[in-house]
Design a protein around this ligand. Structure first.
Ligand code: ADP
Ligand code: ASP
Ligand code: MG
Length: 815
């Protein structure tokens, strides 16, 4: 025989109720089960609120009517024809009783725990009565049974302790007496010796089911709810949570104690003692096997079984020199708190014995503080102890699993995931049983912490990255296309999932924590985007507090730079092709690097130099492995490369510049390229990365253009001047050609001195053969002294730049 408990979440619609009846039909084939029901969804909390409102003398009728209406409309949905009026009549009678009870509370302005339990009991009574009547159409033998007649407790109202022996006896005899009936029993409620109604603690219907199951030696206790079983984390908080097939009683107890409210922790005890399996199942997915809780459980291949959390706790800290080496402080503290019924969620004590930290529900914090101040008054006066302080807005996150003790690296994985995402840990507790490691963190970090810890332990994915993107020009749109094309491959082969969760250009911005579409982002941004505001964009990104977060600055604007530091401080990595930040003052460059390092996040800017070519990374690897850069030579301007590669034979310099502009290789004013400014920025960044603290003015630039060309007012005027200076350029070319050389505009870093100059190189020089708009760089180092290391290839264009940004993004978090 089995006991089947249906939670408040399961009977709220006619469809669910039909499923419930089908389940009963199926289960009744062998032996009639016993059914336990709880209050309808939200009703217990609603009634508790009503009692408080009444006690405060405030108007309660409106809310009372809403709760009544919830029952009436369900009754109308579940019952047809002549069966309906008597049930509506009985419900009405219940609600009248409740109203007079509340009226009494209101008149007296007093709400004792005892009266509160009485008020709360109406939730289970109304729901169970209503369901039992509705079930009679298919099961005429259904009988409603009020658990106050069979479950006996002490008079600790609100959290009554069950008296097992009497309860077992009463349950068995009621079951015997009603053998021919299908019992529908109220969960959660019970009564004390005098017959006053008591309750078993919130979520207590599960406990009722377990008590009945144990008393009747049933074969299985089924807990029907609205999720697929006990999941690896609360599915409302962690989308990737998945159901566990098996758990031990201890694991289920630990998980539920720390907030997995899918089952009430004390329910495990009667089941454990009688070795009865508890199966958690989903009314919305009845074919699914659910989670079995029993003595031993499978080792599901993961280091832990699940993660749970309590989202609102306070901590108190008792500390002082008087505690060192003195026995008795913790004994006094904890017996005091237990005497006053203050539930301690977690305790940690520093090994120095200098302080004890413990966590309580926020509603108990003030009282705990006062009690401690009374109890330790003398020690406080003698300054052996410090006055306890309360810290609020905290949460507990706990990882649970019996296998944890056999595995190493569990806490390493936990703290790495937290640290990497900037979750500050206030306190840590590990039970010596090693079934559980709990950390106290700030409440606002909880969703991020749960998701990143879940990813770390359970996801096949090595990581899922959340990208916020500034700029929607060529680079970003190419990047989105590339991400879209490769996302499946990345996920399957590299275990990486990249979601773009925020986009902004100078006009509009759009966010979606689940990921924006990489195909229709443009239309969505235009249609649904809010007015752009960079400051707001950054602060929304911070508030969303997503794990593994990256800001991709794909603009060429100085505006985002001012936020970089703040972004690093909120533990968000930055990937950028924007050179402005790194090429402003050295001080600024240093601050970015140091802040990113301090906060354990990445700052990647491969595309600052040579687009997607591995230049920055190569230099970094050389430096990190202890090599020393002696000399760098480079051509890092695709535009100027193109110009000098085509300036040969009969070509005029003027025509080649024009051609470069027509092909889209230059800035609108070609002088922006020919002045060497952009090249200078790249050289400056390389020099800094090579360990030289240079400023922009330290880079010597030899002008390609004669002053007349530079001084021309407009672009057409510049071209005219260029024509006029043709002889100058031809002379340069002729000289080079006569010597068998070519002209190259080369940047060099030599012994810490950076310069850019027009040079003539012969055919044995590695830069001689450079073609098209390619970039080239050669590193001469201690290790690469005889023959320098050369990196060469296309160093400009949206496709290769976006690919470089892409590579930087997927590299985030790899070290
Ligand atoms: P019922 O009314 O059926 O007793 P509860 O609301 O008490 O249902 O418990 C079910 C809820 O528990 C789920 O809807 C889910 O949000 C929450 N929950 C929290 N942690 C977990 C977890 N680890 N696994 C499954 N559910 C969880
Ligand atoms: N109705 C009670 C509560 O909400 C008991 C339960 O749901 O198990 O706490
Ligand atoms: Mg419940």
């Amino acid at each position: 025989m089995k006991v089947l408990k249906f939670g408040g979440t399961t009977v709220s619609t006619a469809k669910n109720f039909r499923t419930l009846l089908d389940i009963l039909q199926e289960e009744s084939q062998l032996e009639k089960p016993v059914v336990v029901l709880s209050a309808l969804r939200g009703v217990t909390s609603g009634l508790a609120g009503l009692a408080d409102i009444a006690a405060a003398g405030k108007e309660f009728n409106g809310i009372l009517k809403e709760i009544e209406e919830q029952h009436v409309s369900l009754a109308k949905e579940l019952l047809q024809g002549e069966t309906q009026p008597p049930v509506l009549g009985q419900l009405n009678a219940y609600f009248q009783e409740l109203e007079s009870l509340l009226q009494g509370i209101s008149t007296l302005r007093e709400l004792t725990p005892k009266t509160r339990d009485l008020v709360l009991s109406y939730g289970e009574r109304c729901a169970t009565y209503l369901c039992s009547e509705a079930a009679k159409a298919r099961f005429p033998e259904v009988l409603y049974l009020d658990a106050t007649t069979i479950v006996k407790t002490d008079n600790n109202f609100g959290h009554a302790r069950v008296q097992s022996d009497v309860t077992d006896m009463l349950v068995r005899s009621a079951y015997e007496e009603h053998r021919n009936h299908l019992l529908f029993v109220t969960g959660y409620i019970a009564s004390d010796e005098q017959g006053h109604v008591t309750t078993l603690g919130r979520g207590g219907s599960d406990y009722t089911a377990a008590l009945l199951g144990a008393a009747l030696n049933c074969s299985e206790i089924q807990i029907w709810t609205d999720v697929d079983g006990m999941m690896t984390a609360d599915p409302k908080m962690v989308k990737k949570a998945f159901p566990l097939t098996e758990l031990t009683y201890t694991e289920a107890m630990e998980l539920s104690y720390f907030g997995a409210k899918v089952i009430y922790p004390p329910s495990m005890i009667p089941a454990f003692l009688k070795k009865i399996p508890i199966i958690i199942r989903n009314i919305n997915n009845p074919a699914f096997q659910g989670t079995a809780i029993r003595h031993s459980s499978d080792k599901n291949g993961h280091k832990i079984k699940g993660i749970s959390s309590i989202s609102d706790i306070s901590i108190l800290n008792l500390q002082g020199s008087g505690m060192v080496g003195k026995a008795g402080y913790s004994g006094r503290l904890f017996s005091l708190l237990s005497r006053e019924q203050i539930n301690i969620i977690l305790i940690t004590q520093a090994s120095s014995e200098h302080s004890i930290t413990f966590a309580v529900h926020p509603t108990d914090a003030q009282k705990a503080k006062q009690l401690i101040e009374q109890e330790f008054e003398l020690e406080l006066l003698a300054e052996k102890l410090e006055r306890p302080t309360i810290e609020q807005d905290l949460a507990v996150l706990a990882i649970v699993g019996e296998n944890m003790k056999q595995k190493t690296g569990v806490s390493g994985t936990l703290f790495h995931a937290l640290g990497r995402n900037g979750v500050n840990v206030r306190a840590i507790a590990q039970g010596s049983s090693e079934y559980n490691i709990s950390v106290i963190i700030f409440r606002h970090d909880l969703p991020k912490a749960l998701n990143s810890v879940h990813d770390a332990f359970f996801t096949e994915l090595k990581k899922s990255l959340h990208v916020f993107c500034l700029g929607t020009g060529n680079i970003s749109s190419t990047l989105f296309r590339q991400l879209q094309e490769h996302h499946e491959f990345l996920q399957q082969h590299n275990g990486i999932q990249v979601k773009v969760v925020g986009i902004s250009n100078s006009r509009k911005m759009l966010f979606n924590a689940d990921g924006l579409s990489l195909t229709s982002w443009q239309e969505e941004l235009d249609e649904r985007g809010e007015q752009a505001n960079l400051k707001e964009f950054i602060s929304r990104m911070q508030q969303m507090n997503l794990p593994n977060c990256v800001l991709a600055d794909n603009t060429a604007s100085p505006a985002p730079i001012q936020y970089y530091e703040d972004v690093f401080r909120s533990n968000i990595s930055i990937v950028t092709c924007n050179k402005i930040g790194n090429s402003s003052s050295y001080q600024q460059y240093r601050t970015f690097k140091d802040t990113a390092l301090q906060h354990g996040v990445d700052f990647f800017y491969e595309t600052n130099v040579g687009a997607g070519l591995p230049i920055v990374r190569t230099l970094k690897d050389l430096m990190m492995s202890g090599d020393r850069v002696l000399r760098i030579e480079a051509i890092l301007s695709g535009t100027i490369s193109f110009i000098f590669n085509n300036f040969k034979g009969d070509a005029s310099f003027h025509d080649v510049v024009k051609l470069a502009q027509e092909k889209g290789f230059t800035e609108p004013d070609p002088r922006d390229d020919l002045s060497g400014m952009d090249f200078m920025r790249k050289m400056l960044i390389l020099a800094r990365d090579a360990g030289y603290p240079l400023e922009a003015e330290d880079v010597q630039i030899e002008n390609i253009l004669p002053p007349s060309c530079l001084q021309a007012d407009t672009v057409p005027a510049f071209y005219e001047e260029l024509k006029a200076a043709e002889d100058y350029f031809q002379a340069l070319k002729d000289k080079a050609e006569k010597e068998g050389k070519v002209l190259r505009y080369i940047g060099s870093l030599d012994q810490g001195k950076a310069s850019i100059s027009l040079q003539m190189v012969d055919e044995i020089h590695p830069f001689y053969t450079l073609s098209g708009s390619d970039n080239i760089i050669s590193f001469t180092t201690d290790r690469y002294k005889e023959r320098p290391m050369v990196v060469k290839g296309p160093g400009a264009g949206a496709e290769v730049t976006a690919a470089g940004v892409f590579a930087d993004i997927v590299n985030v978090g790899t070290h």
